[in-house]
Design a protein around this ligand. Sequence first.
Ligand SMILES: NC(=O)C[C@H](N)C(=O)O
Length: 592
Amino acid sequence: YGEPGKSQAPLVYPCRRRKLSSCNSVESLETLTPPAAEARVLVINTGGTIGMTLHDNVLAPKANAFVQSLRKLPILHDETYAQQTCLYNYYGSENTLVLPMSKNNKRIVYTILEYSPLLDSSNMTTDDWGRIGKDIEKNYENYDGFVILHGTDTMAYTASALSFMCEHLGKPIILTGAQVPIYEMRNDGRGNLLGALLIAGQFVIPEVCLYFYNKLYRGNRVTKVDAGSFNAFSSPNLAPLATAEVDVTINWDTVWRANTTAKFQVSTELNRNVGLLRLFPGITAATVRAFLQPPMEGVVLETYGSGNAPDNRPDLLEELKKATDSGVIIINCTQCLRGTVSTSYATGKVLIDAGLIAGGDMTPEAALSKLSYVLAKKELDLEAKKKLMSQNLRGEMSADLAGAKLCLSDSRFIQVIAKSLSISCKEELEAIRDALTPPLACAAAKIGDIEALEALKDMGSNLCLGDYDGRTPLHIAACEGHLKLVQYLLSHGATVYAKDRYGDTPLCNAVRFRHKEVVKLLRKTGAHFSRDKLEEAGTELCSLAASGDLEGLEIWSLAGADLNRPGYDGQTAIEVVGCGETYSTLITLSTS
Ligand SMILES: NC(=O)C[C@H](N)C(=O)O
């Protein structure tokens, strides 16, 4: 194949015009209409059904046919523009084609690098991933984006592996292919290639992605789910990065960014002593032992449901424990298509005890290639490798998020914090927001700052949420006696029934700090003491009565305590007081 990327890509056509002295275009250069901005994409054709033809009744890749065929397809190549702009002369390669003008007035010029031999992706190995990685690295600066044509059978593995191998990535790398060859009348290859080219050339999505059937996915989140449909891939635990419907819509909040100032590089070192082992009922300890024998260094154990394995099989668990003790890294991934590994069950906890690392919601493909990548890092010791395995390196696993749903795109404050923590994917932003906004809202409540609460609410924060101690802004406002703020919170969904970790409600807090008006407002909204609290109240009231604390008694009474309730020794507050002025006030309170 020709060596692409030797020449510097012009950003706009006038640069090329200056260079063209020997262009044999029939049209005068001076008469050309102003050119569109151009983007350059390198297409690496590794094989797969997209470029296959039938031989002896079976499909196999056909070499040196792909570019010629694309050149005849007007939706994939604009020959007039190529002639007018001396495309072939300029790029010095017959393998360079150009798309018709895009809706955004961009020309995508793409050069195809065809591998030899072209492979059915079932034949691909880690060496092929390395070759793709090296070619991207070599051509990185000459192109705006990269499209990898690949068979669908192992595309999810290659996409996952490349996502880890490509360190500090800043440009799009998009894998695509087809279920039906591009040479057939009805096929999905043309649409897939066109979509991948348009996205790679027009959007700076710095991820290894997979484009198929109008959707752009994060490459390490996909798995092939259908051998007979154009809709062959699923990304069960992450929404697509983009959808190509009438318009191409990029879900920018979800796009993963390397957040680094380091230069792009490809790490082609991969450890091949890794494997996938799927649990099944009745699997023998001998099978597991055999699988975990040296030279095995890393295993993805595909377990049941939320990461469970039999906890009544000490023989099996012992084999796993022996392996992890001897330094084999075992990652626990679920056999389920959707969902995550957790420790909800005893049958899941036994695997943690056996030394397994929870794989969260990683696909087995992602977990396997991550192991291969991490284990090859010679500078790291075993503990550092295990730590990397449990971390989210390229958006391959979700942070532990309880109910994070809202979009933070306009929340400057949280974004600044997230940036300084080098976190930028949507899930992690949301997790940060959920961790930070309750204390922030509490801090605003403490100083009675309604404006700050309003701002937090506007960026999608739920003002009912409690902090690490379950204390809500309403608790704090009740402690501080900020009546207006209590009112504001109540009219924005705050609940009077929230209990902090000590079991206290905002009403308890308002009583304790003696904010009469707040107590009244909370009572009006339905707040009440718990049964336990009411039972304890007798003793508390007696002690207030004994010290002649009328204000205290009044607050308790307003909060719903019964002044006639006896304390621990059977006496009521009224009886403790005996007679006199306090007595008559108490009688009034108890009957009002
Ligand atoms: N649709 C395909 O591309 C399947 C083919 N066997 C491959 O993976 O190369």
